[in-house]
Design a protein around this ligand. Structure first.
Ligand code: NAD
Ligand code: IPM
Ligand code: MN
Length: 369
């Protein structure tokens, strides 16, 4: 099916440790399934700052634009925390999202049966849970102008950020949420704070208008963001698809991670608009960060990164059988009691990043046989 190109951007901290495992799966696909990818690797974040002076070079950005899909590890760390805003590792990721126009970030929080007891919530609350958070990713307070830190001259300073959304930005991300809902539980909950923010009120009005015009068959509800963060831990089963802004989506997805047992379990897909051939720019990234506290110790859970590869197989390459197989392999291995530290439970077998990935690969061999 022609060439499939991937750009790998491992980044910092545990990013390279989990990305190393992804490479092995890509090799496995070529060897065992005859599915070949052209793979390039680039620097981003602190790794790029150290080697190239900036968190993302124009050359790497161009490679990202040209690739069918980008796989992103994680960026950031204490070493670079003192740098100015545009020079921080995180700025590399934000620039990628913005310049590739990846406005929709799909963050599924799915609870594997074997991990029901690994969640900090009661088993009955999380069993069978499958929530999809659709986070707006290129607007809102992350990118609004004016922004900055001003010196007021009297020993005082002022930090400024601007929350701003337009009709078009709201419609395009809400459309993704409605389309996804139609293929799942057919329910969308739109989340904002329209009781205190005009941008939130506009969000609610525009989602309502789009719903009325085109998606009347989908059940739509609205919730204030503070209430939603409460409902997510009280009764998460009420949600199917949640659509929300950049900042609320960031926070609610970390919260949702704990339903599944660990932030080390959550993949995501960041998607752009389809081109004339229906192909979307896409970057796949785990929800977690560079985890400086465990970096370099072969302890990180590689599952979020591997499931992000799974989302790439599905969304960018239509390789649904292979994506299903990968998810099944993860599920089977968790069932055997194999656990990285973050999902460790009494009586289970603790393993390293590489052993977890090895075991999932071997399970894939069995499933593919
Ligand atoms: P984090 O997600 O890196 O870590 C939070 C906690 O979760 C830590 O205790 C960590 O050990 C644990 N954890 C995270 N991923 C794990 C995994 N795969 N397996 C096991 N445990 C895991 O968030 P943080 O500590 O707030 O941020 C650290 C750095 O990462 C910061 O510089 C931040 O800006 C950056 N960050 C980057 C991204 C990204 O690149 N997409 C996302 C979030 C945070
Ligand atoms: C995430 C991260 C990023 C965000 C940071 C690292 C820029 O927390 O992907 O969830 O805030 O979007
Ligand atoms: Mn985050």
């Amino acid at each position: 099916a022609g060439t499939r190109s991937l750009l790998l951007l491992p980044g910092d901290g545990i990013g390279p440790e989990v990305m190393r495992q992804v490479r092995r799966y890509i090799d496995w696909m070529a060897r065992k399934r005859g599915i070949e990818f052209t793979v390039e690797e680039g620097l981003v974040g602190g790794a790029a700052i150290d080697a190239q002076g900036v968190p993302l070079t124009d050359a790497t950005l161009e490679k990202a634009k040209a690739a069918d899909a980008v796989l992103f590890g994680a960026v950031g760390g204490p070493k670079w925390d003192g740098l100015g805003f545009d020079m921080r590792p995180e700025a590399g990721l934000l620039r990628l999202r913005k310049e590739l126009d990846l406005f929709a970030n799909l963050r599924p929080a799915k609870v594997f049966d074997a991990l029901v007891d690994a969640s900090s919530l009661k088993p009955d609350i999380v069993r069978g849970l499958d929530v999809m958070i659709v986070r707006e990713l290129t607007g809102g307070i992350y990118f609004g102008e004016p922004r900055g830190i001003e010196d007021l001259g009297n020993g005082q300073r002022r930090g400024v950020n601007t929350q701003v959304y337009t009709t078009a930005e709201i419609h395009r991300v809400a459309r993704i949420a409605f389309e996804l809902a139609r293929k799942r539980g057919n329910k969308v909950c739109s989340v904002e704070k329209g009781n205190v923010m005009e941008s939130g009120l506009l969000w609610r009005q525009e989602v309502t208008a789009l719903h009325r015009a085109e998606y009347g068959d989908v059940e739509l509800s609205h919730m204030l963001a503070d209430a939603c963060s409460m409902q997510l831990v009280r009764n998460p089963g009420q949600f199917d698809v949640i659509v929300t802004d950049n900042l609320f989506g960031d926070m609610l997805s970390d919260e949702a991670a704990m339903l599944t047992g660990s932030i080390g379990m959550l993949p995501s897909a960041s998607l752009g608009a389809p081109d004339a051939d229906g192909r979307r720019r896409a970057l796949y990234e785990p929800v977690h960060g560079s985890a400086p506290d465990i970096a370099g110790r072969d302890m990180a859970n590689p599952i979020a990164m591997l499931l992000s590869l799974g989302m790439a197989l599905r969304w960018s390459f239509d390789l649904h059988a292979e994506a299903d197989m990968l998810e099944q392999a993860v599920q089977n291995v968790l069932r055997t009691g194999m656990r990285t530290s973050d999902i460790m439970q009494p009586g289970m077998a603790r393993c390293s990043t590489s052993v977890m990935a090895d075991t999932i690969l071997r399970e894939l061999d069995k499933l593919a046989a």
